[in-house]
Design a protein around this ligand. Structure first.
Ligand SMILES: [Zn+2]
Length: 212
């Protein structure tokens, strides 16, 4: 019995992981709504830390000067643009741009980014899969780097929802069987016995009454 419960939990968690990842990509595949909340601000310490941890070798490991940040948030996704004056450029107008893409619900769980260096005419893409043109997300790519806290949270939430659906399905099956005068556990037709003659499960008084 305990073994069966553990197996159910493991199955729910595996399915929950798959559902949460597919949901993140499904949300991302829909066009960004124009009404999404937009923030324009100076990049904060968390964005700077993210930069240091993710910048490709061709980029400055620590951007200097003012770093602008534009963040667009909508249901289940967030697009952050970091715009900064390159420390190597003479004209401050030439700016490097970093685009950070995240998706997932209820927490952001998948990440990808693009790093554009206009001076060197170089760009690099991190953790983004680009489908063939004409497919959904062929322009922006699909982010596939797992953000583990988000993945774990979303997995538990999805597993819980799947568990509720499973309970609901079992409850409906039970009601249908009782109505038809069948054993709710094994669907064997029950007589007036107190226990099922097929599986030995005790039957409720109501069940026996329906059958007689
Ligand atoms: Zn039975």
């Amino acid at each position: 019995m305990i073994k069966r419960h553990i197996l159910t939990i493991v199955m729910l968690l595996v399915l929950g992981t798959i559902v949460s990842v597919l949901l993140a990509w499904a949300i991302w595949a829909r066009p960004m709504p124009t009404g999404g909340v937009l923030w324009v601000l100076e990049a904060g310490p968390s964005e700077m830390r993210w930069w240091r941890e993710n910048a490709p070798p061709s980029f400055a490991q620590q951007p200097t000067g003012w770093v602008g940040e534009v963040e667009q948030r909508a249901f289940g996704r967030c697009v952050t643009s970091l715009d900064f004056d390159s420390p190597n450029t003479v004209t401050p107008r030439i700016r490097n741009t970093v685009m950070r893409i995240r998706a997932g619900w209820p927490m952001l769980s998948m990440e990808g980014s693009t790093w554009t260096d206009p001076l060197r005419r170089k760009g690099s893409r991190h953790y983004l899969y680009y489908p063939p043109s004409g497919w959904p997300c062929s322009k922006w790519g699909i982010p596939y780097r797992p953000l583990w806290l988000g993945v774990a949270t979303n997995t538990v939430v999805m597993a819980f929802i799947l568990w509720l659906l499973l309970l609901g399905r079992l409850a409906v099956r039970r009601i249908v069987r009782i109505k038809r005068g069948l054993c709710p556990a094994c669907a064997y037709p029950v007589g007036s016995n107190a226990i099922c003659t097929e599986c030995g499960k005790p039957l409720r008084h109501r069940t026996a009454k329906v059958a007689t």
